[in-house]
Structures are given as C-alpha cells and as structure tokens.
Design a binder for this molecule. Sequence first.
Ligand SMILES: Cc1ncc(COP(=O)(O)O)c(C=O)c1O
Length: 511
Amino acid sequence: MDIMEIVDEKLGKMNPAIAALVVKLARKIPYIDRKIAALAEKEYGPILDGLEDSVKPYRKRFRSIGALPVNGMKRRDILDFMKKLKNLEESRWKKGFVSGAVYHGDRGHIDFLNEAYSINSQSNPLHSDIWPSAIKYEAEIVSMTGKMLGGVTAADSSGPGKICGTVTSGGTESILLAMKTYRDRARKEKGIRRPEIVIPVTAHAAFDKAGQYFNIKIKRVPIDSSCRADIREAAKAISSNTVALVGSAPSFPHGAIDPIPELSETARKKGIGFHVDACLGGFILPWAERLGYDVPPFDFRLPGVTSISADTHKYGYAAKGTSVVLYRGEELRHYQFYKTTDWPGGLYFSPTFAGSRPGALSAACWAAMVSLGEDGYLKAAGRILKTADQIKKGIAGIPGLRILGNPLWNIAFASDELDIYRVLDFMTGLGWSLNGLHRPSCVHICVTLRHAEPGVAARFIRDLRSAVAHVKKHPSERGDMAPVYGMAATLPDRSIVSDLLDRYMDILYRV
Ligand SMILES: Cc1ncc(COP(=O)(O)O)c(C=O)c1O
C-alpha cells in the first residue's frame, strides 16, 4: 500500500472536516506534500491527459495560432473561420440539449441584442461624459430590477429604505461586491477585523471565492431533507464577527429556495446584512408568484433583506456579461464604490471591480428588458415552469430515480440504486450537457426557454429513461466520465482534487 492509499483509507473514515485539517497539516511537510503530488500525478495524470483531447477538439482540425501572425489575416477569412466554429457548436444548445447556459436563444432575440450591441459597441460607462447613454441604461436597469424585486426605488423615494445598486459583469461579480461591501461596512461601523459570513452549504461557489479574495471566514450551514438551509443552524452559526447571512432563491445545485423570510428575520434581529442570491431566480420568481406557483417572499418586501443579486444574463435574457447587485440604501452601496482622490491620474472612481466596461452590454441588456416588458417575462416564466412540470413528472415516473427537494425549474435528481454519474455519461453520449453535482451525487437540468420548444422535454424524458435502462442492464460498465466524477466526489484528500483543477485550468489555456 503506498502513502496515498494509506492516507486516503485513514482519511476516508474520518469526519470530513477533520480529514481536511489533517491533509492541510500533512501537506505543510514538504516530503509528504511532494510524495502526495507525485502519486496523484501518476494516478490521475493520465485521466487529465485523456480529457485534454475532449477539451481541445479543434486542435486536430484547425491550425493553432500561438503567436501573432506576421501579416494580419483577412477579415473575411477570420469571420468565415468563426462562423465555422459557431456552426459546430450552435446546434447543441439551440436544440435544447444543454442545461442552463443559453436562457433565451431565439434567433430574432439574438439578432436584436446583436444590433443593440453594435450600435453601442464603442461605449464605456467609465466615461460618463462621452457616453451618458451608457449610464442612463445602467441606472434604468438597476431601477427596473429593484422595482421588480419589491423595492421602492429612486423614482419614488429617497432615504435609507431606497433600493439602489449597480450593473455588474455577472452573478459572481455581484456576489463578490456584496460580500466586500458587508466586510467594509462592518470594519468601519463595528470595528470587525475578522469578518465572517454564514452561508448554506448549497450557496454558490462565488461566496467561497469572496471569502478567499477578501479574507472573510466562511461558516457553512447544513441543509435539511428538502435541500433548504437549516434555520436553526444558521442562527447558531452567527457570531459577533458575522457581517452577513446568505440565502439562495433558488440554489444552483438543487433549485431549492432557502427559508428566506425566516433567515431575513434572523439577520434583522441580529443587526447583520442579509444577502439573497437570486442570480438564478430574480427574473423568474416574481412572475412565478404572479402565475400562482408556490413562491415564498424572497425580496425587498422582507425588511431584513439588505441586498440581492439578480442576473440579467440568465433569465433577464440579456447577452452574457451583465448582472445586477441591489442594496437597501445608498449608505450601504457606498461601501462597494471605489474612489481615490490623490492619484496623479486625476480624481478616479469606479462603482464595480472593472475600470473600463463594455457599455454595449449594458445597452443590450436594457434593450432586452424593455423589449420583453412585464408581459414578456411573465409569458417566458410560464413556458419554462410548464416545461419543468412536465420534466419533473417524467423523472418521477422513472423507477430508480428521485428528485431532490421540491424544485420549480432547476431540477436535481439522484438514485439510490444506480450510479447516477453513469446515467449522466449515457445522456452525454446522446448529446445532452447536464450538470453533474456531488454531496450528494446527483445530476441537474436547469430548464430554459430552449427546453420549452416543442418536443424537447419529451425527448429528455425518453433519453433519460433509456439511460436508466442501460445502466440497469450493464451494472459493471465503467463509463467515460463517471469514474472522474466519482473520484472528485469521494476522494478524501481534497487538496489532490484542488491540484487537479489547477492542472485542468492549465489545459484550458494551452494552444
Ligand atoms: C444561484 C447562483 N448564484 C450565482 C451564480 C453565478 O453566476 P455567474 O456564473 O453569472 O457568475 C450562479 C450561476 O449559475 C447561480 O446559479
């Protein structure tokens, strides 16, 4: 037995938190660290090498360009080349084989957004004097989103209750900014030097990223049997260093809406911030509620909710690259803003992480929002939720599968008798791109307008039924990605998995 097997066997029997600590300490010893890294390379290197071909499918078909061409290429040739790649990629998402990713995707809508982009392609909100149009669009995106999410906005109120915010580049940036905001407010107003945030284990990875980037300790709260944050554990995890509590509406893994009203009250009573991550749900839940679906209050109508992230580039149907982060009160938003008064480059300020930003994306986002309007969002949500109902019914009718929790449209399913990752493998073979998740092992499909097209939901259920039948019939087959998912889910030494992810990202940047 080599050192890694010993380590893994021993760690596998430990509580995961203790195992993680043991690994962290062990890897501080250079000999053990080198040994584990070398053995991991031997064991998992070939798997990664095998993945390289699937990550880089164009290598074999087209010339790679690793340095600037000596002479510039012809524009026509470049555009033809790009069209060729686009055509290779488009049909998969267009035909509804992909979970999430493209949320609208109708040709007419895409052409309209592209035109809005091209009209504004030079715009940069950093230069508000040159492009006042960009800041008009952004102010209105924030106001429309705030209003939709239960807020009283700048248009009809001022003061601490007023909902305000900024446009960001995506859900992750919205979350990072909100967490930085709470950290800085707590430092200034409460003198908190060791900030903590309390998040459900299912909260998006962006919160962990915020912890790593901004030196905020993350305290994770378990979920209950319906995949929702445990309210009592959340309250218990709050300490005098807690700067914010987090809930998802809904969560990325299981589409579960955390008990937002209860968490909001807990946060309000403790006098801490409460961020609702509605990146996925912000542009669906208000309409789902109007359509009569069971949606608990999750937005600024709850007095304890102090910030919300809502992604325009998901169910807001904007092009990729925009999201909105909202705050209760401009005082709170001030902690997000960057400003410097003494730089030789002049007075400088920027509301979000980037300096220069693509005003054209904000213009296209504004165009998407005003072209859809309330009736457009309502209709789209209705189609998505109806399709999701059909898919949930179909999954529930497949013996061997069970749906996790009680999701509305982001549906995770698991199995107590089959290797769910092999089901995923089979679906991949049929052209599907679903999300493999772990803890617990499951797969999800996030339903979009692509799945609401005629015949797509029925095809999904048909394919899923054959996948389950195949896995039942061939219990000892290994599968392609199933062992990788299995390894990633169960390997006790998480630092090895983390190292492998470094290597995977290195591969992404290889020409
Ligand atoms: C609930 C939730 N929060 C945050 C994010 C992060 O969004 P983005 O990928 O736009 O950064 C996602 C992405 O799927 C999400 O589902």
